[in-house]
Design a protein around this ligand. Structure first.
Ligand SMILES: [Zn+2]
Length: 142
């Protein structure tokens, strides 16, 4: 079985506390955790937040399914970058300025969204309402 590309995860507990009426202050608590991915399909697991003692139910994708998801994000990002390049070509080489700008802006926005989707993807998602919790890849050095 190939190794899981991202076995280390981090649970974020995000709280908002208002010290003034104009600007909310956000505090984050994070803790590292790991899950055991199934050999195929999805599996259920749980993690307990050490800050509020909430037990989160998780749905964990197999490494193969997670790699497929990462590939789809990367493919979407490549398509978005091609759209961006096509927009640049249209702006420079044709009189269709508005269409070129639409392709440029749309391609740029789609590239940002798909790159963020690839970057933050974990193969693990909350099963139910996560509340103030977020699951992110753990990129810290341990
Ligand atoms: Zn919590």
């Amino acid at each position: 079985m190939p190794a899981d590309p991202r076995p280390r995860l981090r649970l974020w507990h995000l709280t908002e506390s208002r010290f003034s009426s104009r600007s909310p202050e956000f505090a984050t608590h994070t803790t590292a955790f790991t899950v055991r991915p199934p050999l195929e399909g999805d599996a259920r697991d749980t993690v307990t937040c050490p800050w509020c003692a909430t037990e989160l139910r998780l749905r964990v994708a197999s490494p193969e399914r997670f790699r497929r998801s990462l590939g789809q994000w990367a493919l979407g990002c490549a398509a978005a970058l091609l759209t961006l390049v096509a927009g640049a070509v249209v702006v420079v080489a044709t009189p269709l300025l508005v269409a070129g700008v639409v392709l440029l802006v749309g391609g740029f926005l789609a590239a940002v969204v798909t790159a963020a989707g690839w970057w933050w993807s974990t193969g693990v998602r909350p099963d139910g309402t996560p509340g103030p919790h977020h699951i992110r890849p753990d990129r810290s050095r341990r």
